[in-house]
Write a protein that binds this ligand. Structure first.
Ligand SMILES: Cc1ncc(C[n+]2csc(CCOP(=O)(O)OP(=O)(O)O)c2C)c(N)n1
Ligand SMILES: [Mg+2]
Length: 309
């Protein structure tokens, strides 16, 4: 698809992710989706802004909240729906589900449900890229909760010490399940990361696709030249419950007004004209992908032990 300008391209990509996840919300009560889902609704601009300047040869290591990155990297939508339906035609042949998406052909490396576990994978891939002299950038994406884990700190230290071509991206939605950062951390994440001796950056406006792109694209440009590690924390907001498809204001761990404030700035809510311009095309693509998933076969018994070693 051709776009008039960068804003519309980024908007289209973000709206597409939002509508895909809204379709998941609609489908979920039917029980056709075979895995728990951690939705990115509210956080799409981060994934789109981060992925925009990447080449297919660059690798991204996401976490279980990874739909937006799979889609922003150009993952196949039919294979995406088939995967979360547990079907044989899915991107992991129905064996990964929502939390373990993978698309190595688009540089989207396997996600994992274990918090912080893909950060050292990214650092290992960056070490391989350096040793093999590959023209490749590696991106590690993780949440603020992952920064509470020891392996996060070991990974930053190792990447900095060995000067590896990895960009660390912390999606700070201020929450690890129901626990706010203010009750877990005595420091600001990006300021603390600087102790490992790598340049650190902060983007406050994680709802703004242009601001995220403006914050992240210089890091990619820099990494292509220097091949050195960098760090960015991007503030964002998860609108729905940690896992599942519902709002959870009744759980009492955050206020309605906090989320409403983000929603008032969210282009995917306020840009009505652009939504009207693109949503029909996107919804048709989604229906097509869902039909593909519905009509796809289940994995066979003999598939059980393939792709596991
Ligand atoms: C090693 C490990 N510890 C705890 C959990 C349980 N758990 C699942 S998600 C999560 C919160 C992670 O928060 P964050 O990294 O900020 O990501 P977000 O869900 O906010 O995107 C926790 C503690 C886990 N899956 N793995
Ligand atoms: Mg979080």
């Amino acid at each position: 698809m051709k776009f008039d300008n960068l804003y519309e391209e980024l908007f289209y990509k973000s709206l597409r992710i939002r509508l895909i996840e809204k379709k998941i919300i609609e489908l979920y009560p039917t029980d056709k989706i075979q895995s728990p889902v951690h939705l990115s609704i509210g956080q799409e601009a981060v994934a789109v802004g981060v992925c925009q300047e990447l080449k297919t040869t660059d690798l991204i290591f996401p976490n279980y909240r990874g739909h937006a990155y799979y889609l922003a990297r150009g993952g196949n939508l039919k294979e995406f729906f088939a995967e979360i339906y547990g079907k044989r035609t899915g991107c992991c042949r129905g064996k990964g589900g929502s939390m373990h998406l993978a698309g190595p052909e688009i540089g989207f490396m396997g996600a994992s449900a274990i918090v912080a576990s893909t950060i050292p994978h990214a650092v290992g891939a960056a070490m391989a890229a350096r040793k093999l002299k590959k023209d490749q950038i590696i991106i590690a994406v993780f949440g603020d909760g992952a920064t509470d884990e020891g392996v996060y700190h070991e990974s930053l230290n190792f990447a900095s010490l060995h000067k590896l071509p990895v960009i660390f991206v912390c999606e700070n939605n201020d929450l690890a399940v129901h626990t706010h950062t203010s009750t877990r951390q005595a420091y600001k994440i990006f300021e603390h990361a600087a102790v490992y001796g790598l340049p650190t950056h902060y983007c406050e406006e994680g709802y703004d696709i242009i601001k995220v792109h403006e914050a992240f694209s210089p890091l990619v440009a820099e990494a292509r030249i220097t091949k050195l590690p960098q760090y960015i924390e991007i503030k964002t907001c998860r609108y729905l419950e940690h896992v599942g498809v519902n709002e959870d204001y009744d759980a009492g761990y955050r206020s309605v007004s906090e989320i409403e404030e983000w929603k008032r700035k969210d282009p995917l809510i306020i840009e009505k004209e652009l939504i009207d311009k693109y949503q029909t095309t996107i919804l048709a693509e989604i229906e097509d992908a869902v039909m593909f998933a519905e009509n796809s076969p289940w994995p066979l018994l003999e598939d059980l032990l393939t792709d596991v070693i």
